[in-house]
Design a protein around this ligand. Structure first.
Ligand SMILES: [Zn+2]
Length: 201
């Protein structure tokens, strides 16, 4: 039950703060990264469990740390529906790939899969649109790199950070599904999976 579980430490600097049983039914996993006084969130869930998310974040966010970014791995409702509330709460910038930002900013409830959740996605302004195949963001003494990995959606990204010399990859929906409503592309999907294998060798 949400409320009974606490944020889970994954490794130094990384916690899982949201997801189906941590914040609310239907929520995809949400992660917090903090290096010194700089922090970032990865994905925002549907938004129904916002208060629980805030409580979970407060359990692990270092006192001096400010959440600078919310990275959206892609435009789907179970990852992005709560993004506006998160930005309002923490004053962070929302970053997403340009090719998915288009559907978030338009409030497209088909391509963002909001319809699958019997929901409606309000148009969401994206503060930082990732255009390149990869982009690195500095986060205190650490950093996080976004890699464009289309397939599940046109602008899906994975995020990679490094903790004590080990890569930590946030892949989210790289497993799919592939669906016409989501503008999925099987060829891109295979290319992205092969890229990920090469990335972690
Ligand atoms: Zn998805």
């Amino acid at each position: 039950m949400p409320g009974n579980l606490k944020a889970m430490k994954i490794t130094d600097h990384v916690w899982q703060v949201g997801g189906d049983i941590l914040t609310g039914s239907g929520d995809a996993a949400m992660y917090l990264l903090a290096f010194d006084n700089a922090a970032a969130l990865i994905d925002a869930g549907c938004g129904n469990g916002h208060q629980q998310l805030v409580q979970n974040i407060s359990q692990c966010l270092p006192a001096a740390a400010k959440i600078q970014y919310l990275f959206l791995t892609h435009c789907h409702y179970d990852h992005a529906g709560g993004a506006a509330a998160v930005r309002k709460q923490y004053g962070c910038a929302i970053a997403a790939h340009d090719l998915d930002a288009e559907y978030l900013e338009a409030g497209d409830s088909r391509v963002t899969a909001a319809q699958w959740y019997n929901a409606h996605l309000e148009p969401l302004a994206i503060d930082h649109k990732i255009q390149a195949a990869e982009e690195t963001f500095k986060l205190g003494s650490g950093s996080i790199t976004a890699y464009h990995c289309p397939g599940h959606s046109p602008g899906s990204i994975v995020l990679v950070t490094e903790v004590k010399g080990k890569k930590v990859l946030f892949g989210q929906d790289i497993h799919g599904p592939l669906h016409d409503d989501l503008l999925s592309n099987r060829r891109d999907y295979i290319t992205s999976l092969n890229f990920l294998i090469s990335l972690l060798r």
